[in-house]
Design a protein around this ligand. Structure first.
Ligand SMILES: CC(C)(COP(=O)(O)OP(=O)(O)OC[C@H]1O[C@@H](n2cnc3c(N)ncnc32)[C@H](O)[C@@H]1OP(=O)(O)O)[C@@H](O)C(=O)NCCC(=O)NCCS
Length: 251
C-alpha cells in the first residue's frame, strides 16, 4: 500500500489523509513508497513531459517490455500510441513522477471524435512509416519491416469493439514501479475528473496473453471485459495467442 508514513500529506493548503483510496486532489497528488520513502507525485501532464511519456511508451511497448526487438523506430512507435491524446486533449493526461522522473502515465480522451482523431493520426504516422520503409530506413531490421506490414494489412482489423459515447484511457507504468498502487491512483484521479464533468462510461484497451493479463488489474478498478480480439502483431515472437482486450466501466 502507498501512503505517507506519517498518515497525512499537506499540499497547497489541503491535507490528504494517507489512507488508501483517499488521496485525490484536483491538480496534484503526492504518494510515498514506505520502504525507501520515495515520493511519487501524480500531476497533470505538461508539454515538457511528452518526451518522457514517449520514452516510457517505447520501454513498455512489447507486452510491457522494450519495443526494440519488434520495431526499431522509437519516434514513430511512440507517435502512433500517444499522439492522438497529447496533441488533441493534453488536459486529460496525467503523469506519475518519482524523483523528477516520469514513471507512469495515464493518457485520457473525452472527445466524441476520438475514433476519428485516432484514425487521422494513425493514417499520418503510418504514412511516415511507409515512406521510411520505402526509403530503406528499416533495411537492416526485418522485424521492423514486418511490423510496418502488419500495421498496413492487419492493424485496423484486429481492434476489438468498444462502447460508444465513452471516455477513453491509456495507462502505462514503468516496470520497476508496477504493483505499488500508481496505476490505481492515476485511474482514481482520472475517474474523479470524469465524474466531475458528468461522463458515465470509460474504456481502455491493452494486449493480453497467458501469463500477462492486465484485465486482472483493471477488474480491481471496477472494469469488465467488453470485447477481445486475437492479434497477430507479436507473431512469431510470442508462441501463444495474444489478444487486444477492451475493458469498460460504468461510472
Ligand atoms: C496494468 C498496470 C497499468 C497496473 O498498474 P499498477 O500500478 O501496476 O497497478 P496497482 O499497483 O495500482 O494495482 C492495482 C490493482 O490491481 C492489482 N494488480 C496489479 N497488477 C496485477 C496483476 N499483474 N495481476 C493481477 N492483479 C494485479 C493490484 O493488486 C491492485 O489491486 P488492489 O488495489 O485492489 O489491491 C501496469 O502494471 C502496467 O502498466 N502494466 C504494463 C503495461 C500495460 O499492460 N498497460 C496496459 C495498457 S492500457
Amino acid at each position: 500500500m502507498i501512503a505517507d508514513g506519517n498518515g497525512s500529506i499537506a499540499l497547497n493548503g489541503h491535507v490528504f489523509n494517507g489512507a488508501k483510496n483517499s488521496v485525490v486532489a484536483e491538480d496534484l497528488v503526492l504518494l510515498r513508497e514506505p520502504p525507501c520513502q520515495e515520493q511519487i507525485c501524480i500531476r497533470p501532464c505538461k508539454t515538457s513531459d511528452h518526451g518522457s511519456i514517449q520514452r516510457l511508451c517505447c520501454e513498455t511497448g512489447f507486452l510491457g517490455r522494450p519495443v526494440d526487438p519488434m520495431f526499431h523506430d522509437h519516434d514513430l512507435f511512440a507517435e502512433l500510441f500517444t499522439r492522438p491524446y497529447l496533441d488533441y486533449e493534453p488536459g486529460w493526461s496525467m503523469v506519475a513522477e518519482a524523483n523528477g522522473r516520469i514513471v507512469g502515465y495515464l493518457l485520457g480522451s473525452v472527445s466524441r471524435y476520438f475514433d476519428w482523431l485516432q484514425l487521422w493520426c494513425g493514417f499520418q504516422t503510418a504514412s511516415k512509416m511507409g515512406f521510411r520503409f520505402a526509403t530503406g530506413r528499416y533495411a537492416n531490421h526485418a522485424r521492423s519491416r514486418k511490423f510496418v506490414r502488419w500495421l498496413f494489412t492487419a492493424g485496423m482489423k484486429e481492434q476489438p469493439k468498444h462502447p460508444d459515447g465513452a471516455a477513453h484511457l491509456h495507462l502505462d507504468i514503468d516496470a520497476r514501479y508496477r504493483g505499488r498502487g500508481i496505476g490505481r491512483k492515476l485511474w482514481e484521479t482520472y475517474e474523479q475528473r470524469l465524474r466531475g464533468v458528468g461522463i458515465e462510461r470509460c474504456y481502455g484497451a491493452f494486449f493480453s496473453h497467458p501469463g500477462r493479463r492486465p484485465e486482472s488489474a483493471y477488474a480491481r478498478f471496477g472494469f469488465t471485459v467488453f470485447d477481445r480480439r486475437r492479434t497477430t502483431m507479436f507473431e512469431p515472437d510470442i508462441p501463444h495467442p495474444v489478444e487486444v482486450v477492451c475493458v469498460c466501466k460504468n461510472l
